[in-house]
Ligand binder design. Structure first.
Ligand code: 5GP
Length: 186
């Protein structure tokens, strides 16, 4: 299978270069899945993916998960078409599953300020699950000022706008197999 992974990409008139390669991402996804296979062996977890951004990470992750598990999705408002957060969270789609007494793995593409993750953990907590753990492919520790527990983190990255592997810029770029930053950064 040949994936879409150019060296540079122009998205909405701006040039981006590779920051994390396909191999770096895939190796880390396998490591996280192995950890989850161990930690959740007898727990039949429900993976809850956060739309839209987490769908690529979650699908690769799930194909490496070998324990009984279920999947559901929720959707929050996004960055809009900008490269900075609006600082507001709005629900666009709730989960369908009954998560009472179930073990939940909340899967995000990226944690920036931590606002969205904190909001979702609080929201899911009110549905009385047995446990909630958070999984994020990317974390920007310097930008995170909301107190939110991150249990499984793929990569810690600087506070730079990233694109690709599910993450968009004004809805474009989600189909890139690698993660990109603006050319000229770092
Ligand atoms: P937070 O609530 O932690 O500030 O932001 C989380 C959401 O903002 C993520 O789920 C993602 O949709 C978006 N986001 C944060 N940083 C980036 C980034 O560097 N690139 C893209 N494309 N989206 C981001």
């Amino acid at each position: 299978m040949s994936l879409y992974k150019p060296e540079t990409v122009i998205c909405n008139g701006e040039t981006f270069k590779v920051y994390l390669s396909e191999k770096q991402i895939q190796d880390r996804v396998v490591e996280i899945a192995k950890q989850l296979n161990r930690d959740y062996a007898d727990k039949k977890p429900i993976f809850i993916g956060v739309l839209n951004g987490a769908f690529v990470f979650l699908s690769d992750l799930l194909r490496n998960v070998t324990i009984p598990s279920e999947v559901d999705f929720l959707k929050l408002s996004s960055y809009g078409d900008e490269k900075v957060s609006s600082g507001q969270v709005t629900d666009l789609k709730d989960i369908d599953a009954n998560i009472e007494e179930r073990h939940i793995l909340l899967v995000e593409d990226i944690v920036d300020t931590g606002l969205s993750m904190k909001y979702m953990v609080n929201k899911l907590q009110r549905k009385n699950p047995a446990s909630i753990a958070t999984v994020t492919l990317l974390h920007k520790p310097e930008a995170t000022h909301h107190d939110v527990p991150l249990d499984y983190v793929g990569f810690e990255i600087p506070s730079l706008f990233v694109l690709g592997y599910g993450l968009d810029y004004a809805q474009e770029g989600r189909n890139l197999a690698q993660i990109y930053i603006l050319d000229g950064e770092q």
